[in-house]
Design a protein around this ligand. Structure first.
Ligand SMILES: [Zn+2]
Length: 48
């Protein structure tokens, strides 16, 4: 069972995406995704 996380825009902190973490992840997950609020691609990080 993989852990579900919410991805939060680093810029405006809105909760834009839900995903599962990749297998064998060692560091904090972050990914560049489109943020509708910022209207551009920003770094999204898992919520804690
Ligand atoms: Zn944003």
């Amino acid at each position: 069972m993989r852990k579900k996380v919410i991805l939060i825009c680093e810029n405006c902190l809105s909760r834009n995406y839900e995903t599962t973490l990749p297998e064998g992840l060692t560091s904090r997950f972050e990914i560049k995704k489109y943020c509708p609020k910022c209207k551009r691609h920003t770094i999204h990080k898992e919520s804690k």
